[in-house]
Design a protein around this ligand. Structure first.
Ligand code: ADP
Length: 247
């Protein structure tokens, strides 16, 4: 369970990141954080794994407050950043995936097993000796997902996971997200473009200027998204399209 209570955060230059944001996400849900550019999506996601700490209110994951134990929370909440290049650190694909488990001070056999599992899960085993910067955009994002999977967090947050990907890249990343959902992970995905994922979402959090306008299921939220600068997807057609891609 993720809990935010009256969370407020303002950047040093005075830009408002979040204002009085409260919500709870039960384990196992796939939640989309929607809003126009600058509405606070990234700021919100960074609060979930303790990368940012609330200036007002509190954020707790499974009862552990980010302010009390940011390290513990980071082990429970993995974050896939919008810009994969910022997250890639290894000389090879396998080294990159090993980086997280190495920081958890796991044994070498355990690290190797986790790297193998994570690369298999994202379909990059055949590229394990490749240099990460030579991968395609979709492969890089799958690599950063593998790096998170190798740490085995029960919660994964994705910041704009479909941005700058082509059709096949989007499909590959969507498959990963849905596979994580099937295995019981709690997932929060930020996007300003709901089309890609709407058919699979349990709940939408709609942000505007750092405030949570409303949280609810897609039927509650989709009728109002356009007022807040988010394009409304054609749900009936898209649901079918997305399912047909996956079959
Ligand atoms: P989104 O992810 O929805 O585009 P952000 O969380 O990135 O929104 O930004 C929310 C607000 O905070 C915006 O006004 C943005 O300009 C501002 N902001 C974000 N990051 C920083 C930063 N590092 N320094 C100053 N202001 C920032």
């Amino acid at each position: 369970m993720i809990l935010l209570e009256q969370v407020g955060f303002t950047y040093a230059d005075g830009a408002v990141g979040l204002q009085d944001v409260s919500f709870a996400v039960p384990a196992g849900e796939l939640v989309v954080v929607a809003g126009a550019n600058g509405s606070g999506k990234t700021t919100l996601l960074k609060h979930l794994n303790g990368l940012l700490l609330p200036q007002q209110g509190r954020v707790a994951v499974d009862g552990v407050c980010t302010r009390d134990d940011p390290h513990g929370v980071r082990q429970r909440v993995g974050m896939v950043f919008q810009h994969a290049d910022a997250q890639i650190v290894g000389e090879t694909v396998a080294d990159d995936v090993a980086f997280g488990p190495e920081n958890l001070l796991l044994s070498r056999p355990e690290i190797d097993a986790r790297v193998a599992d994570a690369l298999d899960a994202v379909g990059l085993t055949h590229k394990k000796h490749h240099r990460p910067h030579l991968l395609s955009g979709g492969e890089k994002r799958r690599l950063t997902i593998a790096g998170i999977l190798a740490m085995r967090p029960p919660v994964v947050v994705f910041d704009e996971p479909f941005s700058s990907l082509d059709f096949f890249g989007v499909q590959q990343v969507l498959r990963q997200i849905l596979a994580l959902k099937k295995t019981g992970h709690t997932l929060l995905v930020s996007t300003h473009d709901l089309d890609k994922i709407i058919a699979h979402v349990d709940r939408i959090l709609l942000l505007h200027e750092g405030r949570l306008v409303r949280a609810g299921n897609p039927d509650d939220i989709l009728p109002i998204v356009e007022q807040y600068g988010v394009r409304k997807p054609d749900v009936s057609r898209l649901g079918m399209t997305v399912r047909s891609w996956l079959n």
